[in-house]
Write a protein that binds this ligand. Structure first.
Ligand SMILES: [Zn+2]
Length: 293
């Protein structure tokens, strides 16, 4: 960065501090960015229900009103999502009424329900499957809800039939504070500061195309080679949901290995630690699944 740019950034930062940040959208967008989630500027709905971009959105396209990227600022849309608060501040000074989108990223999924009814159907399915959702960020959207969950980094995600849409990777969701065409603002349901909870392993299994490598083959009670990793991940998730700490999880995972795994020496303690670490600290989630089972 040259001196001129550095001066400009300092002045902008001072201006932001002096004035307080403008709209609630801008504060929210910067909050997400500082928490590690890249954001993009998005058009907003006008009071008459039209899209601020000025283009008509006829027929099925009307679902994009107030939801698509301001390409004047981010030519390539969500691929240009940023965590740079200074840049975000510039966007909002150019378009003070802008909405914003949050890039979901590879380490998260957002379960997108477009109505109370679809959320209720999801909750019934979870109850039937015995899956308990962790405490996590939930946002009320225009008509439905967004549920954020963290996942290991290199899984391929697909929506099971009891979830309408699962957003993942380069997809984005409209962030809380943004205005919906209905006149409602997207709003956090869970308190500010709520962490994004880890996706329960049983739910993750139903959202991954690859899934576990077939059913566990019964071999006199021992878990065979092809299933050991999946069993460890599920077991660690179960222990995590019970509230056990990292060392307790590792201890019990090793106990399970020693009494129930075929060829237990092939699964070193370091692998158990990696899995436990994913639940403890999702920053290093990628290490879990990059290791072949
Ligand atoms: Zn538009």
């Amino acid at each position: 960065m040259n001196q001129h740019d550095a001066d400009l950034e300092r002045q902008e930062r001072e201006a932001i501090q002096a004035e307080g940040v403008g709209s609630s959208c801008e504060r929210e967008a910067i909050g997400w960015a500082l928490a590690g989630h890249p954001v993009i500027p998005v058009w907003w709905p006008e009071p008459d229900g039209s899209c601020a971009c000025g283009n008509p959105h006829p027929g099925p396209e009307s679902r994009n009103i107030g939801k698509h990227p301001i390409t004047e600022l981010v030519e390539h849309g969500v691929s240009e999502a940023t965590r740079n608060a200074i840049l975000i501040g510039r966007w909002f000074r150019k378009f003070p009424d802008a909405n914003y989108g949050i890039q979901v990223g590879k380490r998260f999924v957002v379960l997108d329900f477009d109505s109370e009814t679809s959320l209720a159907r999801f909750k019934r399915a979870l109850a039937e499957l015995g899956i308990v959702l962790p405490v996590t960020i939930i946002v009320r959207s225009g008509r439905g809800f967004h549920v954020w969950l963290s996942v290991p980094e290199n899984v391929e995600i697909a929506a099971p039939d009891f979830i309408e849409t699962v957003k993942h990777g380069n997809a984005y969701v409209i962030g809380p504070g943004s205005l919906h065409v209905s006149g409602r603002r997207y709003k956090r349901v869970t308190p500010r500061g709520t962490p994004i909870g880890a996706c329960p392993p049983a739910l993750l299994e139903r959202m991954t195309r690859r899934g576990p490598r077939g059913p566990v083959v019964r071999t006199g009670g021992k878990v065979p080679a092809g299933n050991r990793h999946a069993v460890w991940v599920s077991f660690a998730g179960y222990l995590h949901n019970l509230g056990l700490d990292r060392e307790q999880k590792i201890h019990l995972m090793l106990a399970l290995r020693d009494c129930a795994f075929e060829n237990p020496t092939e699964k070193p303690e370091s692998k158990a630690r990696e899995i436990a670490d994913w639940y403890e600290d999702k920053e290093i989630s990628h290490r879990v699944t990059r290791q072949p089972a």
